[in-house]
Design a protein around this ligand. Sequence first.
Ligand SMILES: Cc1ncc(COP(=O)(O)O)c(C=O)c1O
Length: 385
Amino acid sequence: MGIDMPFHRAWLEEDEIQEVIDTLKSGWLTTGPRTHRFEEDFKNYIGCKHALGLNSCTAGLHLSLVALELEPGSEVITTPMTFPATANVVVHERLRPVFVDIEPGTLNIDPAKIEEKISSKTKAIFPVHFAGHPCDMDAIQAIADKHNLVIIEDAAHALESSYKGRKIGNLGNLTSFSFYANKNMTTGEGGMLTINDEELADKIRVMRLHGLNKDAWNRFGKSGFAHWQLHTPGYKYNMTDISAAMGIHQLKKVNQFLELRKRYVEAYDEAFKDLPELETLIRKDYAQSAYHLYIIALRLERLTIDRDQFLQEIQARGIGVAVHYIGLHLQPFYMKEFNTKAEDCPVASSYSERVLTLPLYPKMSDQDVNRVIETVCDIVKKYRR
Ligand SMILES: Cc1ncc(COP(=O)(O)O)c(C=O)c1O
């Protein structure tokens, strides 16, 4: 039996489709009026001063580091419980990622363990709001202030998240969002970097398009050709108007999407709360989650099968699943190049063996959610010790 309930399916309707068609017919495909409109809408949604449309969240993380102009060999503190993009961009800049262990319950970076990893070379902290639950940003900010570090937030999972009532993306740091196909809203591929600092925003705006001081809309658009100048070699990270066409309409639906995600998370929580074989993630009082991923961690000592067998059992019943994540400190590249070991981050190492992610997306129905619940409960019953 194949997978008949996929791990994710995007919610795209006539308005996104029509806007893409209109974009194609307009003749303006790359960064132009629709990207500018999407940036304005996103800025208003987050409440920040600047929003820069990009072709990925990774681009936003990379450009943030580029803009800081750190000396090669400088250290950047981050979590191992993340997608490779977070740490890879650190390596691209010839910097050193330093992994700090995570806190049980949220699987976010543990602020209590950050200071012991700070050295004279540490220049920045990359918190990742794992699964949409915001990190404890006051604690991280206090450490950053004390040691003069820049904070760059990986908000790939955190579109709708707030910390103590303040929207992620508007805490005054560089913050990068993802619109990858399976994110809470999508543009196929795409990202947005939010910034309140005007000088940094101006610098990154230029760096996202080769380093040219005018984008194509300003070179060839309505007002005719204009010369550009190159002051520094930049990157090819700009958003296209085809992507922005989707983004404009997806953004209008995020609250509707969030309500559905929340409802499904509550159903999962309720169904699993009395199963001692499963650990579900907690939500702290300060947090408004974006409910991006629904993670369960298996209590392996109570089961006769391991995580991968559990995962296969779910898939064998036609349901798509995923793993977020096997820690980066356990990945061959980081182990070889940066000498990372399982003992460096014991909490992340333990969760890396035990977590799996169930389907959670607005396109699911209540019946789909019930089917996942029944499947997971059946497997637990079958394999409990
Ligand atoms: C935590 C995290 N950071 C960064 C990224 C990269 O996002 P993008 O694919 O938009 O570059 C992802 C994507 O899955 C992610 O999950």
